[in-house]
Design a protein around this ligand. Structure first.
Ligand code: FMN
Length: 214
């Protein structure tokens, strides 16, 4: 089965789709895996790149956000620390939202972190909340779907679901930063994962030192 090739590398300052020359639009699903700071870092990077993001936060993620608040950049008065980086925020319960339909054009979706539970829904094609529905739509429209998983150790059902989601067209990633770029801070480690996710869309903030590139 052929899946879309990564977009050509785009200039950092302007985020236009290379074919349609319309602005790039990406759905960001945040679910209840540990690693909400990865979501915040990715949203911030996409905001820097002037990309239209549609954010969906599950109830499971809201619980984890409160546990991981100390690692997140906070701003008083916001429901979560993620919303300030998103252009559009959808309720996970709103199955009538724009992103629930394939006729609403997007350039793809990232679920970060992606819990084992949401992975199972994606693998089986369930759509009982907006994150899983939007992921299903992304796959059926043959758009790019990136799942950034976080769980250890990995039980057999999760390994099987990873393979099912992969076979359906998803890109399976793990929230596991490399160390060959000599990270000096948590921000550097978050930035590594963010850069690898952006690579899937041909986007680059220029912040990560790439192996073999000056
Ligand atoms: C503090 C905390 C950390 C969690 N970490 C993980 C995790 O790393 N991976 C995972 O798959 N689930 C994790 N969970 C469990 C999920 O949040 C839970 O299964 C939830 O139902 C997922 O629902 P969702 O996919 O709709 O967000 C965690 C839960 C809590 C409260």
């Amino acid at each position: 089965m052929a899946f879309p090739a990564p977009f050509p590398r785009l200039p950092c300052s302007r985020a236009l789709h290379p074919c349609t020359l319309s602005f790039v639009r990406i759905i960001i699903g945040v679910t209840g895996g540990s690693g909400i700071p990865y979501a915040q870092d990715l949203l911030r990077a996409l905001q820097e790149l002037n990309i239209e993001t549609h954010l969906i936060v599950t109830a499971g993620a809201a619980r984890v956000i409160s546990a991981e608040r100390s690692t997140l950049e906070e701003q008083p008065g916001k429901v979560t620390d993620l919303e300030r980086f998103a252009q559009v925020v959808h309720s996970d319960r709103d199955l009538g939202a724009s992103v629930a339909s394939g006729s609403f054009r997007t350039d793809g979706m990232v679920i970060v972190p992606c819990s084992a539970s949401t992975l199972a829904k994606v693998a089986l094609g369930l759509g009982d909340n907006l994150v899983s529905r939007a992921a299903h739509v992304t796959l059926k429209e043959r758009r790019r779907l990136v799942l950034v998983l976080r769980e250890d150790p990995l039980p057999r059902p999760m390994l099987e679901n990873m393979l099912r989601a992969f076979d359906a067209g998803a890109t399976i990633m793990t929230a596991s930063p490399g160390f060959y770029h000599a990270p000096e801070s948590v921000a550097d480690m978050l930035g590594f994962v963010t850069a690898r996710v952006l690579d899937q869309f041909g986007l680059d903030t220029g912040r990560m030192q790439r192996w073999g590139e000056a």
